[in-house]
Design a protein around this ligand. Structure first.
Ligand code: BTN
Length: 258
């Protein structure tokens, strides 16, 4: 697999030298954290054929069966305060959409903030994790991406889809992985405003009726706007607005929310 990814990677991409492939691991994000703590440089990429403990946002499990998906983590070392990197997940989502468009022939949409979606079903997701230094700067960021490529994990077929069925053809996972690495390499986090404009165009949540989950509380409203930090502004039923920087949002008509 590693040789095929390298073969498909842009010749100028320096990350080819720090590419790790594991047949099986618990979680590539956990591996990336371990490597980052040990000093691994920006551009270290870890891929696995299978994860036994794949992690998603909000403490969820990301099912990662063998041979049917891409499980990838990347170490970034942005020279920024965490407060100036709140758009990171959105920037990664745009890069993932670019990579899927180039390698699969269609562009998915994004359900705020991190779900890659095709026709109402989840194709995969993004988990970004930051480690902060004492002065609030980012020591390292781990960007984790999981995509269903040739099949959907058992038990989630009502909510999930895979890239091959969305594209209507067989796809080469090595080409998709190479396209992902290249899109992430080209990602320029300093171009916040234009990245966020692109994210707004990819985001299906805007304009939709949503439920914002905050702890045990459910807030019903309409998703009105996205700030340049990637926060979602929701107008509640009583006319007030609330801006959410994180948390979970269900979109009416998707994933079983009617
Ligand atoms: C989500 O849907 O909530 C995010 C899923 C992110 C899954 C990827 S797979 C590669 C990396 N390793 C993990 O344990 N998680 C991320």
């Amino acid at each position: 697999m590693k040789e095929n990814i390298v073969k498909n990677l842009h010749a100028a991409c320096p990350w080819v030298d720090t590419l790790h492939w594991h047949y099986e691991t618990e979680s590539t994000n956990t591996d990336a954290k371990r490597l980052a703590r040990a000093g691994a440089p920006q551009g270290t990429v870890i891929l696995a054929g299978r994860q036994t403990g794949g992690r998603g946002r909000m403490g969820r499990t990301f099912l990662s069966p063998e041979g049917t998906g891409i499980y990838l983590s990347l170490i970034l070392r942005p020279e920024e305060k965490a407060a100036r990197l709140q758009h990171l997940t959105c920037a990664v989502a745009v890069a993932v959409c670019d990579a899927i468009e180039v390698s699969c022939g269609f562009r998915p949409r994004v359900k705020w903030i991190n779900d890659l979606v095709w026709k109402g079903k989840k194709l995969g997701g993004i988990l970004t994790e930051l480690s902060l230094a004492a002065d609030g700067s980012v020591a390292y960021a781990i960007v984790g991406i999981g995509l269903n490529v040739s099949a959907v994990p058992e038990g989630v077929a009502d909510m999930a889809d895979c890239l091959c069925s969305a594209a209507g053809k067989t796809l080469d996972p090595a080409k998709i992985a190479a396209a992902l690495i290249e899109a992430l390499w080209r990602m320029d986090l300093s171009r916040k405003a234009s990245l966020m404009d692109r994210y707004r165009a990819d985001c299906l949540t805007l304009g939709r009726e949503v439920v914002l989950l905050r702890g045990d509380e459910k807030l019903y409203g309409k998703a009105l706007a996205l700030t340049d930090d990637g926060s979602l502004t929701v107008q509640l039923a009583d006319g007030t607005t609330i801006t959410a920087a994180s948390g979970e949002v269900s979109v009416r008509g998707m994933y079983g929310y009617l």
